[in-house]
Design a binder for this molecule. Structure first.
Ligand SMILES: *Cc1c(COP(=O)(O)O)cnc(C)c1O
Length: 374
């Protein structure tokens, strides 16, 4: 069994994907070819925003968003420490200060209750992460941001396609940033990402920054980066789009099925499922559970590995517990995030995960957890 089954997806789309790649090879416009604008148009329509700007990766999307907002050295960005490093990395890279606030113990997403106390005169933006495929509390975050004149960048690398109060992830704030890394909900066959916004001026800035700050060829209006997504990767995403709604439905169904299978074991299993709020769904970029305190996670993972079931930990440490970000550790830390980092574990998940395999995962999980409860 694979942790994420990309081969089954390719098998289902082989004809379309091969043809799409062949078209690019035939026209030869490897950079900024026609598929780039085509996928941007399709994705903007899908999300329901005016502008989509494809970029080299999810990390680049976050970086370019901050550059378009003209983040200055010393500026503060409020974010979660319970995320992939890229979220805070881009802030630090620009000389900014990631200000970590704690997360909710049941969704693992940034807790808006802590945001206002963290705002200072240097705060420029809030960067919530829609972790595991569930949008964070964007309405609350947006309301706080509006009161204080701050921008909001949703790190939607794991939540592309998720809905929140009837709207799509990536279309809920100043900028939405996503990743097309192969294992994400909408993946390409290499690196890729995209920015989404309704703001014409910010979209223009992002488009220029993506190509070395050029407003016209060899007219460098601002400092930019080499941040384009190549035509082949855009063609792969385009070819995958017709199946994407089916994949999202499948992700939701498999998520609900995991929940039923886990609950079927009654109060027996020493773990907590992720809470999904009523006004949104989760596309399960990762199917992550929270093991009960005291469960030996490494031992559980080893037992599952022994029976051929791969697991992962997203993420084993809160970012302020990592050497590179220790200098940004808030006084008192972020106890909820630190606790979750010690207890979360992700199970195999992809739209092509077979029901029988899913049953095998939960049965093996129950057996692997049994020694933990004695
Ligand atoms: C994957 C991921 C990123 C980075 O995306 P890349 O395309 O790998 O650069 C950023 N934030 C989160 C939460 C992610 O999961």
């Amino acid at each position: 069994m694979q942790f994420i089954d990309l081969q089954a997806q390719y098998a289902a789309l082989k004809g379309e994907i091969n043809a799409a790649i062949q078209r690019v090879l035939d026209h030869g416009q490897y950079i900024m070819g026609p598929e780039v604008a085509q996928v941007e148009q399709a994705l903007a329509a899908f999300v329901g925003v005016k502008h989509c700007i494809t970029v080299a990766s999810g990390t680049e999307a976050l970086l370019i968003a901050l550059m378009a907002l003209e983040l200055q050295p010393g500026d503060e960005v409020i974010t979660t420490p319970f995320t992939f490093a890229a979220t805070a990395e881009v802030i630090a890279l620009l000389g900014g200060v990631p200000v970590f606030v704690d997360v909710q113990p049941d969704t693992c997403n940034l807790d808006p209750a802590w945001i206002e106390a963290a705002i200072t005169p240097r705060t420029r933006a809030i960067m919530p992460v829609s972790l595991y495929g569930q949008v964070a509390d964007l309405a609350e975050v947006n309301a706080i941001a509006a009161r204080h004149g701050l921008a909001v960048i949703e790190d939607a690398a794991q939540s592309f396609g998720a809905t929140y109060q009837g709207r799509r992830s990536c279309g809920l704030s100043t900028f939405g940033a996503t990743s097309f890394f192969p294992s994400k909900p909408l993946g390409c066959y290499g690196d890729g990402g995209a920015l989404f916004t309704d703001d014409d001026r910010l979209a223009q800035a992002a488009r220029e920054i993506r190509v070395h700050g050029q407003s016209a060829r060899y007219t460098h209006t601002r400092v930019g980066v080499g941040g384009r997504m190549d035509t082949l990767q855009c063609a792969v995403v385009l070819a995958k789009l017709p199946r994407f709604e089916w994949e999202l439905a499948r992700r939701r169904a498999l998520g609900e099925r995991y929940a039923r299978l886990i609950d079927h074991h009654g109060a027996g299993l020493p773990l907590q499922r992720l809470a999904v709020r009523a006004d949104r769904d989760c596309v399960w970029g990762q199917y992550t559970v929270i093991l009960s305190p005291g469960v030996d996670r490494a031992a559980v993972q080893a037992r599952l590995k022994d029976v051929g079931i791969p697991t992962a930990v997203h993420y084993p440490r809160a970012l302020h517990q990592q050497a590179a970000y220790a200098r940004f550790a808030p006084a008192g830390g972020c106890p909820v995030a630190e606790g979750l980092a010690a207890r979360v574990m992700s199970l195999p998940m992809s739209p092509d995960l077979a029901e029988a395999d899913q049953e095998r995962v939960v049965a093996a999980l129950a057996r692997a957890l049994a020694p933990a409860v004695g």
